[in-house]
Design a protein around this ligand. Structure first.
Ligand code: EPU
Length: 419
């Protein structure tokens, strides 16, 4: 297994461009199932999760073409198969995103039931219950979700709790349902708005994306489109934290700051100077050590759970104490044990982490457990004394495009060690 060797201590400076957002791209690739025409997606990030989603569509019969500009054109007309096999679903839970489109377009779907994962049990009951309200018949058999519907019929659906991919599945399904569906208590993440924009560019009628209630007027057919994947707010946030923990001065281009306002506010509270324009964010850290910041994660527009692990590192080297309260996932503190092996002083009790800042941390051999946990270990390695080796970096390759290349461009010293 490949590993990253990080020599800590370099201050990062310079400018990099944000890649396309993984969590916007995945539902958009699934949405190509909804139409018979070709869909071109531009600015797709080169990531393992994107490859897995293409593998899934390919296994069902989609044709995927890549042109010289690195734009992907997907043709999902006449799928031969409507099954997402366990081998793929177990490597990427977002495979569940093909359920809504398959049901809406082909009237059936067979999707392996995702199991637990490193950050929590992550059931899909909200997706299934909401699809049942659209008239789908759903059975769980032999570890698979078997769903069918002659025709999905519009309904007024209220999610019991906020779910991002659940909202996306229902947006896609309702776009081809008979009648007008309302979805309330929906996720308001920017990726929801992105998906609504894409669906509308295909001829759908999705209104209210970005608020807690959406109205979706079903149409008979959707057409092809050409769509640009917006920049990845979590990637941008991660590199801003890299600047904050290395006393750096970094600009991230291509990112709309409105997607990261809570993160920007918290970064300012650390004592960093943060400036932003329409499409870029800069961070300069002059303090010897950052001020601690309390964090409570919650769905957008609140502080994102996907930035929690990175802020654990800021707090771990801060000049005081901080509390982190993780409210979205029940088990998202796996990085803490590894950070403590690098000299951090963090106690976890349930969904709370109590962090006491230390003057310095040291390199160690650590193990990545999930995507954002891996990012936090790299950030810790950047500001640690000595060498850090991060093991199991396939987690990071799922969601950060060319991470060591981008960080090295800013002055880091990271080498990918072969397996
Ligand atoms: N939940 C249920 N039942 C459901 C759905 C969700 O109990 O049917 C629970 C989950 O277990 C969790 C909470 O509701 O405790 C929220 O989960 P949500 O469904 O919103 O998460 P998701 O859609 O599976 C997406 C992102 C995650 C991100 C979360 C929260 C994608 C592909 N994934 O996951 O991204 O953390 O929303 O913002 O969009 C990542 O990129 O590292 C990542 C994990």
């Amino acid at each position: 297994m490949e590993r990253l060797l990080i020599k800590g201590g370099n201050s990062l400076s310079g400018k990099i461009t944000c890649s396309g957002a993984k969590n916007a791209a995945l539902p958009m690739i699934a949405a190509t199932i909804l139409c018979d025409e070709k869909v071109t997606l531009r600015n797709l990030p080169y990531l393992q999760d994107i490859t897995t989603m293409f593998e899934l569509l390919g296994s069902m019969g989609s044709e995927i073409m890549l042109d010289e500009k690195m734009d992907f054109t997907i043709s999902s007309s006449n799928l031969k198969d409507i099954e997402a096999r366990y081998e793929l679903v177990k490597t990427m839970r977002a495979s569940i995103l093909v359920l809504g489109p398959l049901l809406a377009k082909y009237g059936r779907a067979r999707i392996a039931l995702p199991g637990g994962c490193a950050i929590g049990s992550r059931p899909v009951n909200y997706h299934l219950d909401a699809l049942k309200e659209l008239g789908a018949v759903i059975n769980l058999r032999n570890g698979y979700i078997e769903a069918s519907a002659k025709k999905l019929i519009a309904a007024n659906i209220r999610f019991p709790n906020i779910t991002v991919t659940g909202t996306e599945n229902l947006m896609m399904a309702a776009s081809l349902a008979d009648g007008t569906t309302t979805l309330s208590n929906v996720a308001m993440e920017p990726e929801i708005v992105d998906l609504a924009d894409m669906l509308n560019s295909m001829g759908a009628h999705v209104e209210g994306a970005g608020t807690d209630k959406m109205t979706i007027k079903g149409v008979k057919n959707l057409s092809g489109t050409v769509f640009d994947i917006p920049a990845d707010r979590i990637e941008a946030g991660t590199y801003l934290v890299a600047a904050a923990v290395t006393k750096g001065n970094v600009t991230i281009d291509g990112i709309d700051p409105n997607r990261l306002m809570r993160v920007i506010d918290k970064l300012k509270n650390t004592g960093a100077e943060v400036e932003y324009e329409n499409n870029s964010i800069s961070l300069k850290m002059d303090l010897e050590s950052p001020n601690p910041v309390d964090i409570t994660t919650a769905p957008f527009p609140e502080f994102p759970t996907d930035m929690q692990a990175q802020f654990s590192v800021i707090n771990a080297i801060s000049n005081g104490t901080a509390n982190i309260y993780e409210t979205v996932f029940e088990n998202r503190f796996m990085h803490i044990l590894e950070l403590n092996r690098m000299g951090c002083d963090i106690i976890v009790k349930g969904n709370h982490a109590f962090i006491k800042g230390v003057n310095s941390i040291y390199g160690a051999q650590v193990m990545a457990t999930d995507l954002r946990a891996s990012a936090s270990l790299i950030l810790a390695g950047l500001c640690a004394n000595g060498e850090t080796i991060v093991d199991r970096i396939y987690h990071i390759d799922r969601g950060y495009e060319r991470i060591e290349e981008k960080l090295n461009y800013l002055g880091a010293d990271i080498v990918r060690l072969p397996s």
